[in-house]
Design a protein. Structure first.
Length: 135
């Protein structure tokens, strides 16, 4: 089994060739040492960062951009997106606020990537805590 990959961990964008030979991964054409673990992970357990949006209760800010704060297994991406698509948050939300904690028990959170610049009343923590989901 042989596969060609474009490495994305540094600006070199090396065109890697990955082969499984005698139950050991052989990676060629990596111009830096980071390409080898990248290629092996891509072949054994590919991971991705998810970027998306969630609904909000604000008519002035109906969608809030979010992303995972780490990589998740590619095999879970559709299930995680289904969870993200069910979420609706209350304002205010600030960049970095956790929207979904430990999504699908991956150890990765879904976080806001911008501020909702809307005036609000009440304590930030009360609203913030009610917008957290632990799924």
């Amino acid at each position: 089994m042989s596969k060609e990959l474009t490495c994305i961990v540094c600006p070199n964008s090396c065109r890697l060739t990955v082969q499984l030979i005698d139950e050991k991964w052989n990676v060629t054409n990596a111009r830096c040492p980071r390409g080898i673990p990248f290629a092996i992970q891509e072949m054994t357990n590919p991971q991705r960062t998810i970027t998306s949006t969630v609904k909000t209760t604000s008519p002035k800010f109906p969608l809030l951009p979010v992303k995972t704060n780490g990589e998740v297994p590619q095999s879970l991406m559709i299930s995680i997106m289904e969870i993200i698509n069910t979420v609706e948050v209350n304002e205010p939300v600030h960049m970095g606020d956790v929207i979904i904690s430990n999504v699908m028990k991956t150890g990765v959170d879904v976080v806001a990537t911008c501020n909702m610049d809307q005036p609000y009343g009440g304590e930030h923590n009360e609203i913030h805590e009610s917008s957290h989901l632990n799924i």
